[in-house]
Design a protein around this ligand. Structure first.
Ligand SMILES: Nc1ncnc2c1ncn2[C@@H]1O[C@H](COP(=O)(O)OP(=O)(O)O)[C@@H](O)[C@H]1O
Ligand SMILES: [Mg+2]
Length: 271
């Protein structure tokens, strides 16, 4: 970094370098979210690095989905601040694409695949929702990128889980965003779909975009991601996979729920 934008913050007497908000595609400060009395996310700080691929990892109920939804404003924040490219997310929604957890989508809704992808363009289509030839072609190109061009006229509810997941990724691609937020994109998909999705995500990163995925498969974190954010209601650790995805941090994140033998199998770097 040539001109390092540094903000010196006093943290227990130590000076720490923090990136200025505008540097980070996603900056989360002291974010707390609660559905009732109990916080689902408590005072989480995170600074997603530009052009990184970050996995959000933690046990079931750790608040991973809630964190993404609170970033997007789908669930209200109790306190804390979220900045996307240095701005409140409402100002830059067009630059953010979201792929929700598949289980949370109503698949009985009668919609064709191509229309699902065109939804990614709704901001461009304008109030009249006028779909022009160029829009349709772009939607088809995005379907092609995920290997689903032949399914454009099928009903979304008739597709397999993996195919549906590909279509939702195509919708996110159509949006041509700079920050991609995906909630467990690999859950319940077959190996071929997993490969197809990871190839697209890696290509996005190559196009200088930033990708953040809630991810549950610990065995693939090191292969797929550059950075990791470990959470269990609170943030446990954040940083490059090589230095942060350690047995010690995993033990802190999962507690007794993750057997030591399982951690050993991951052949992690020793901190
Ligand atoms: N809509 C909701 N209403 C009430 N509680 C919820 C709701 N969504 C999630 N929760 C609770 O919040 C906690 C975090 O959930 P979630 O963010 O889905 O976790 P994760 O994605 O890490 O599995 C869980 O205890 C869950 O039961
Ligand atoms: Mg979840």
């Amino acid at each position: 970094m040539s001109e390092v934008a540094l903000e010196l913050a006093s943290n227990e007497g130590k000076a720490v370098a923090k990136p200025l908000p505008a540097d980070s595609p996603l900056l989360i400060q002291e974010l707390t979210v609660a559905y009732g009395e109990k916080p689902a996310v408590f005072s989480v700080d995170a600074s997603i690095q530009p052009q990184s691929m970050t996995a959000i990892v933690g046990p079931n109920g750790a608040g991973k989905s809630t964190l993404l939804k609170a970033v997007l404003g789908i669930v209200p924040r109790l306190s804390g601040k979220v900045l996307v490219f240095g701005e409140p997310i409402e100002n830059v929604m067009q630059r953010v694409a979201y792929v929700p957890q598949r289980a949370s989508v109503d698949w009985d809704f009668p919609t064709r695949v191509i229309d699902v992808v065109l939804m990614g363009l709704y901001r461009e289509l304008g109030l009249l929702r006028l779909v022009r030839r160029a829009h349709r072609e772009r939607a088809l190109a995005c379907l092609d990128r995920v290997g689903m061009a032949d399914f454009a006229d099928r009903q979304i509810g008739q597709l397999s889980g993996g195919q549906q997941q590909r279509v939702f990724l195509a919708r996110a691609l159509a949006q041509n965003a700079d920050l991609y937020l995906l909630d467990e994109p690999f859950a319940g998909v077959d190996a071929a779909t997993e490969r197809a999705i990871i190839d697209v995500l890696k290509a996005l990163r190559g196009e200088k975009r930033t990708v953040v995925c809630v991810h549950h498969d610990l065995a693939t974190v090191s292969d797929y991601f550059s950075n990791v954010l470990l959470i269990n209601i609170r943030k446990i650790a954040e940083g490059p996979v090589a230095t942060t995805f350690t047995a010690e941090n995993l033990q802190k994140t999962y507690g007794g729920r993750l057997a030591t033998a399982h951690i050993d199998q991951l052949k992690l770097p020793v901190a």
